[in-house]
Ligand binder design. Structure first.
Ligand code: GUN
Length: 295
C-alpha cells in the first residue's frame, strides 16, 4: 500500500480557515485585532524568506503586522531597546525575533527580554518551563505544528513509541516534551537521539512515529525504519537551484525509499513548513485574547 502523504499544506489551510473566522469575530465583537511584530537582524536569505512568509500570512488572515529589518551591525543594546518598546506597545500582542541572530548578539539575553505574554515563539524560559511542567501558555510553533499534523491525520499518539532525531531547543526537546504530556494527543513513550547516540538505527527501527530534525539531508534511509512507521520530516536542506534560480529543497529523510515502507509520511516542502507559520498565527490570536481578558 502506498504511504499516506501527510500534507501540511492542506492541514495548515484548514487551521487557517478556523483562525480567520476567529479573527473576524474578535474584530466584530470585541474590536480586537491581533498584532504581530517580526524583527530580523542581518541579511540571511533563508530568514528573509521566512519573515516574508510570516508577514504575508498575517495579511491573509487579518492580523496586524509590523516588520523591523535591522542591519547586521545592530548592537545588542539597540535590539534590547527596541524589544522594550515593543513590550509596551498595546497594538502588538506577539513579538518574533527571527533566529539565528548575528554572532555578536547573545540570543539567550534577547529571548529573556521579550515579555513572556508576548512570546509567541514559546522560547522564553518561563514558557519553556511551563511546558515542562505540563501547564503551557504558548507551545513553540514547529513542535505544535507536528503534533497537529499527527492528530489531524488520525495517527494514534497515545502509547506509541516516538523516536525524535535531534535535540534542538526549537524542535527536538520541545516536541518530546509535548508528546509525553499526560493529555489527549500525547501520552507517548519518547526517545531522543542525537549526534552522540551510539546506534541510531537501533532506535529509529523501533519507532511507531519517527520525527526527524537532524539538519542533514537524507540522514534517514529505508533500512533505518520499520514497516508501517509514521514519519514526520522537519528538515529543510537547500541542495541546489533550478535553472530559474529557485532553491531545490530536500528533507532529512530519504523520501523516495522510506515512503515505500511507511504507513504515512510528510513531504518536504509541503509538510511541517506551512504548519510552523500557522501555529505562530494561532499563538498571536491567543496572545491578543489574553491581553483583552478573553482567554
Ligand atoms: N528560526 C528558525 N525557526 C525559527 C522559529 O520558529 N522562530 C524564530 N524566531 N526563529 C526561527
Amino acid at each position: 500500500m502506498p504511504a499516506q502523504i501527510i500534507s501540511g499544506t492542506e492541514i495548515a489551510k484548514q487551521i487557517r480557515q478556523e483562525l480567520k473566522q476567529e479573527i473576524t469575530e474578535l474584530k466584530d465583537k470585541h474590536n480586537l485585532i491581533p498584532g504581530l511584530v517580526t524583527v530580523l537582524v542581518g541579511e540571511d536569505p533563508a530568514s528573509q524568506v521566512y519573515v516574508g512568509s510570516k508577514v504575508k500570512t498575517c495579511d491573509a488572515l487579518g492580523v496586524y503586522s509590523e516588520r523591523y529589518d535591522l542591519p547586521a551591525e545592530t548592537s545588542q543594546e539597540e535590539l534590547l531597546t527596541l524589544i522594550d518598546k515593543l513590550n509596551k506597545d498595546r497594538k502588538i500582542h506577539g513579538i518574533l525575533v527571527q533566529l539565528p541572530l548575528p554572532k555578536h548578539i547573545n540570543e539567550t539575553e534577547v529571548l529573556y527580554a521579550i515579555d513572556p505574554k508576548k512570546d509567541v515563539d514559546g522560547f522564553h524560559p518561563v514558557n519553556v518551563g511551563k511546558l515542562m511542567i505540563g501547564e503551557p501558555d504558548y507551545l513553540p510553533c514547529t513542535p505544535h505544528g507536528i503534533q497537529q499534523l499527527l492528530i489531524r491525520s488520525g495517527v494514534k499518539i497515545e502509547g506509541a513509541e516516538v523516536v525524535v532525531v535531534g535535540r534542538s531547543n526549537i524542535v527536538g526537546k520541545p516536541i518530546a516534551n509535548i508528546l509525553i504530556q499526560k493529555k489527549e494527543g500525547a501520552n507517548a513513550t519518547v526517545t531522543i537521539c542525537h549526534t552522540r547516540t551510539k546506534d541510531m538505527a537501533f532506535h529509529t527501527k523501533r519507532a511507531d512515529i519517527l520525527i526527524v530534525a537532524a539538519g542533514k539531508p537524507k540522514a534517514i534511509t529505508a533500512d533505518m525504519v520499520k514497516e508501517g512507521v509514521v514519519v514526520i520530516d522537519v528538515g529543510v536542506n537547500r541542495i541546489g537551484k533550478t535553472p530559474e534560480g529557485k532553491a531545490i529543497l530536500c528533507g532529512d529523510v530519504d523520501f523516495d525509499t522510506v515512503k515505500e515502507k511507511a504507513k504515512a509520511i510528510s513531504p518536504v516542502p509541503g509538510g511541517v513548513g506551512p504548519m510552523t507559520i500557522t501555529m505562530l498565527m494561532l499563538n498571536t490570536v491567543k496572545a491578543a485574547k489574553v491581553s483583552a481578558g478573553l482567554a
